[in-house]
Ligand binder design. Sequence first.
Ligand code: FES
Length: 101
Amino acid sequence: MPKITLQNMETKETKTFQVGYGANLRKTVLFHEGDVYKGLNKFLNCRGMGMCGKCLVEVEPMENSGPRSIIEDLHKIPGNQRLGCRAKVVGDVLVRAAIKD
Ligand code: FES
């Protein structure tokens, strides 16, 4: 089972948990009471529809977060970042969350 190490860049908290192969990154982090959002974006987001761009996270290594989606290309997400709601966990990853206001 893949492991997520979650670093919240706003609160400086770090959490580690195991997830099922191919799990949705945003849903998994929220299920484990972590957060991908920064500040008021916890409440002002599109709930994983890929519309708001507020679930932006940095992922290392990138190849363990599944293929990029067309939605991420439309948002012009930089190469080292993913939308948490579009990323799937297929291997151990380090995730830096709460990076976008
Ligand atoms: S939650 Fe809005 S784009 Fe991911």
